[in-house]
Design a protein around this ligand. Structure first.
Ligand SMILES: [Zn+2]
Length: 431
């Protein structure tokens, strides 16, 4: 394991000062004051459930007067998960946000188009962009104050060079631009990059969006509780910030962790003071690979597969929605913005593809090839329907309705619908 003394200090800080963690470690018979080899591996994991139980201040490990900001994420249950930071915590976090390969500078104008309300996401980009000397356009997201027509105007008129948003926003922006008679690849010459987060992104969809906009995408990975845990280097690899966190990969079957391999990602922050992050289970299944990257950073690469709960089995293989997405977008380059949604039952996939009117004929021509690719690569027998604009993708929804902001692309039969209503038309369509 890397940097044992730093980990020891982080654990001792948590144990001595965060009442919830102290009680939890004592109940497990693990005493960090008597540090021995192997003690860290015996510390019980911290889960999102723990953060809920500790609400509001059970995880607080500094005096209340030292807390600079309180954030909160809301999961599917709507129960709040708090995350608090000292000024030094925020400083460290914003510095980390600039580790990626985007190279933000004073010449950049950054459109922040993720939610500001309680989540950390928009604030981390806002603060990091200011720190880099860039100009910030604080649009926010999914509020009645920021319809796509307005966001598109901001993007164009303020000559935005970098957008910060979920991948789905780039598809929505593209559709709105086309509806306004603008070509995303031609009519936004200042836009050079998008830092994207909040959704698992397949390699093919990344390429698809890069071509659609003629920009480079820099996926970022993290959560409100941990803030950014990784970002994309100039060589295009998503790396974990291993100089700021100890990462472990948890094998669900054995309960053992390893520095690399496939399993659930577990993170321990070397630096967090207000709310220690110690062996925090992210709930995401990832593959961590510590072979060298051409960027020379020495940081491990990570591939995010998705939430454990979203896995499904086809022909003895475990698949994630992102695997389907990768095949879908791999077959549809050059078709303009395309939304997809589907349902899996056994090895049958019912797939809806929503293209623009101009792109629909081309998408229809590709459905044979797509069905063959889905069968060949994933063993899925697909029924593919090309549906009119507005059928699956809802652009606008009332922000008070749900706490979740993420689209659900693929459902397995029997699974409850979660997240952004993605299957019915709503009041304001994108086109
Ligand atoms: Zn790299």
């Amino acid at each position: 394991m890397t940097d044992r003394p730093t980990v020891t200090a982080a654990v001792l800080h948590a144990y001595r000062n965060a009442p919830y963690l102290r009680a939890k470690y004592q109940a497990a018979g693990a005493d960090p004051e008597l540090w021995t080899d192997g003690l860290f591996d015996r510390l019980p994991f911290t889960t999102k459930e723990d953060l809920r139980h500790a609400y509001p201040f059970g995880m607080l490990a500094v005096d209340r007067s030292e807390v600079a900001v309180v954030h909160e994420s809301s999961g599917t249950t709507g129960e709040p998960t708090p995350a608090y930071f000292t000024a030094a915590d925020v400083d460290e976090w914003l510095e980390r946000m600039l580790f990626n390969g985007v190279g933000l500078s004073g010449r950049d104008t950054v459109l922040v188009k993720t939610p500001y309300s309680m989540l950390t996401t928009a604030h981390q980009m806002h603060g990091a962009a200011l720190r880099a000397g860039a100009t910030v356009v604080p649009a926010g997201n999914r509020t009645e104050l920021m319809p796509y027509s307005r966001a598109l105007r901001l993007l164009r008129d303020y000559r935005v060079t970098v957008t910060y948003c979920m991948p789905v926003e780039l598809m929505l922006f593209a559709r709105r631009a086309l509806a306004a008679g603008l070509d995303p690849a031609e009519d936004f010459p200042d836009l050079r990059a998008a830092i994207v987060n909040g959704e698992v992104l397949s390699p093919a969809k990344k390429r698809f969006l890069e071509e659609l906009w003629s920009i480079t995408l820099y996926p970022d990975y993290g959560s409100t509780e941990t803030t950014t845990l990784g970002g994309t280097c100039p060589a295009g690899t998503l790396h974990l910030w291993s100089d700021r966190f100890l990462f472990e990969v948890l094998d669900e079957e054995t309960g053992r962790t390893a520095p690399a391999g496939t399993g659930e990602l577990v993170a321990t922050s070397f630096h967090r003071r207000a709310m220690p992050v110690v062996r925090y289970r992210m709930g995401d299944i990832v593959t961590v690979d510590d072979t060298d990257c051409p960027c020379g950073s020495g940081r491990p690469a990570v591939r995010v597969h998705g939430r454990a709960a979203d896995r499904f089995a086809v022909g003895g293989r475990t698949l994630f929605p992102v695997d389907v997405e990768d095949v879908v977008y791999g077959e549809l380059p050059g078709c303009g913005p395309v939304f997809w949604s589907g349902e899996v039952a056994g090895d049958r996939l019912t797939l809806a593809l929503e293209a623009t009117e101009a792109g629909a004929a081309e998408v229809r021509r590709r459905t044979g090839g797509l069905a063959a690719a889905l069968a060949g690569r994933l063993g899925l027998r697909a029924d593919i329907d090309v549906v009119p604009p507005g059928t699956t993708m809802t652009l606008d929804r009332r922000p008070e309705q749900e706490a979740m902001f993420k689209p659900v692309y693929l459902r397995t039969r029997g699974q409850d619908g979660r997240g952004l209503d993605y299957t019915r038309t709503s009041q304001e369509n994108v086109t």
